[in-house]
Ligand binder design. Sequence first.
Ligand code: GLU
Length: 320
Amino acid sequence: MYRGRFAPSPTGPLHAGSLVAALASWLDARAHGGQWLVRIEDVDTPRCVPGADHTILQQLAACGLHPDAPPEWQSQRGARYQQALDQLVSAELAYPCACSRKDIEQALAARGDGKPRHGELVYPGTCRPERGGLHGKPGRAWRLRTDTAIFKSNWPIARIDAAPTAPETIAPESTTLHWTDRRLGPQSQDVAQAVGDFVLKRADGLWAYQLAVVVDDAAQGISHVVRGEDLADNTARQIGLQRALGLPTPHYLHTPLVLGPNGEKLSKQNGAQALDTSHPLDTLNRAVHTLGLPPQTGAVAEALARWTAHWLRSRLTTWA
Ligand code: GLU
């Protein structure tokens, strides 16, 4: 059973870039005769804008993109995230961390290794239990160990639809996690080296995106994740977390990004305008251009049906 989703963070209204991800996930679900769900990812409450969730749902509806079940809000699902964290702690895969950003910077500098990656510091494992744990300090955040076999390529991938897939395995001693993106092809990441033990629950008490997205994709039975390419870098972490929780791995497709005037990914920070849905067909025609589909005329529902018919033949999903 195909089940897909669009999972916007309500940090503002949809813009041209987020519509591409929404439309691609909708088209992929429809082309597979599957279901399409919407999940509002409002765990990072300081970044959420009041009312943006309802604006996003209205914008989707104006473009003819209607979910097959009522939307869910992550802010309502803390108990599920806590259960998952408890499970990881009992399995000794998660541990509390007392480090502030400054502590991490100092520990990295002491190793002569202070380079931030995308502005994020690679956690040096200071509070791992075998290194003495919290050293008497209060725990702030919870982290997942990335030095275990689940982050290695030879761990078997259990697919949600149990369809026979080529085993994504390389050398048994490999420390990198391999996965295949339906558009980008084979991908790999050494999570321990590139990211380090990553945060599941933040020092401010908020649930981290990685944990919430993995728990919810599984709880909602998501078989196919279609989202923007800027999120591709999170996938190895999410697959590791799925394995740690005994959850199946969905298929992934990361869609092309719409670039802003400065050549960077279009985002609210670089001036993306809220999507104007007063002429939905024009708006959709601009979005399908990024997906390599031809423009359509006529009614929105008919245009969507024609794009759905094109979708699986489009060159976007070469590795499907
Ligand atoms: N909420 C995330 C975002 O808006 C997307 C999460 C996902 O699709 O996995 O960037």
